[in-house]
Design a binder for this molecule. Structure first.
Ligand code: GLN
Length: 250
């Protein structure tokens, strides 16, 4: 199958090698005989209905976020419609913030968001930096861990009843207080974690690929053939241990 990926603003939002996440999707798809076709969607480009099985948007500094935020708002309804129609989505850090209702940046710039995610973000004085470990249950009854790295000034507050991506075991997460990290809306996931995220959490890459394949085929998410993931497992263990050692509070 061809998995069509729409990579939003790759030249603006690519902090901490978020592009590595795309490399992971591509390789893991190829190892299962699927082809990843990645198209950049940037300033002034349209998001056309049905054209993408998976969207990706990375992190960035406030300056880059402010540059793309007004353009992203014009794409908001099309992105929401695509997700409602079953497209998968991964939004990391700065992208995650702008997919909520808005982000009030460190220097007072009020950036509009698209409102796909039920949250709002306001930058605080201190940045939240370091390794993070989460527990997540994307598939009911299957509790998994996610390890990554966070570096953000934004404090994200989820609306009451919103589903976080995971529970913080170590690290700050959305706001350093709630014990929540990220958000999930159907097949759309928004974590703060980059580093990049997917090389050390291959199961999460596979979950997203499987949801994207379900969109591409119009069927159920397929089981993907397991891969050895020895190095990936080691990377996960090292990152998880660093997060545990750090504990992760101010
Ligand atoms: N600029 C945003 C913040 O500091 C997002 C940072 C990021 O994407 N790493 O909160």
């Amino acid at each position: 199958m061809k998995i069509r990926v729409g990579h939003l603003y790759p030249e603006y939002l690519n902090i901490y090698a978020d592009r590595g996440n795309i490399a992971v999707f591509s390789r893991r798809a190829a190892l299962r005989g699927h082809e990843l076709a990645v198209a950049a969607i940037s300033l002034g480009d349209d998001v056309r209905p049905g054209e993408h099985d998976l969207f990706y948007i990375g992190g960035g500094q406030d300056r880059e976020q402010a540059l793309i935020a007004p353009d992203l708002v014009t794409k908001g309804p099309a992105i929401e419609a695509a997700v409602a129609d079953g497209a998968a989505l991964l939004a990391v850090c700065g992208g995650y913030q702008l997919l909520g209702r808005g982000y009030l940046g460190r220097h007072g710039d009020a950036m509009p968001g698209i409102g796909l995610f039920p949250h709002e973000t306001v930058a605080g004085e201190k940045r939240m930096i370091g390794d993070v470990l989460l527990e997540s249950e994307l598939v009911p009854g299957e509790r998994r861990t996610i390890a990554g790295f966070e570096n953000h000034a934004g404090r994200t507050r989820l609306d009451p009843g919103a589903e976080p991506l995971g529970r913080v075991v170590a690290g700050f997460g959305n706001d350093g207080e709630s014990g929540h990290e990220g958000v999930r809306v159907g097949r759309a996931l928004g974590p703060y974690l980059h580093g990049p995220l997917l090389p050390r959490n291959p199961w999460l890459a596979d979950w997203l690929l499987s949801q994207a394949l379900a969109h591409a085929t119009g069927g159920d998410p397929p089981e993907l053939e397991p891969l050895p993931d020895r190095l990936e497992g080691e990377a996960h263990a090292v990152s998880a241990q660093r997060a545990r050692d750090r504990g992760g509070r101010f």
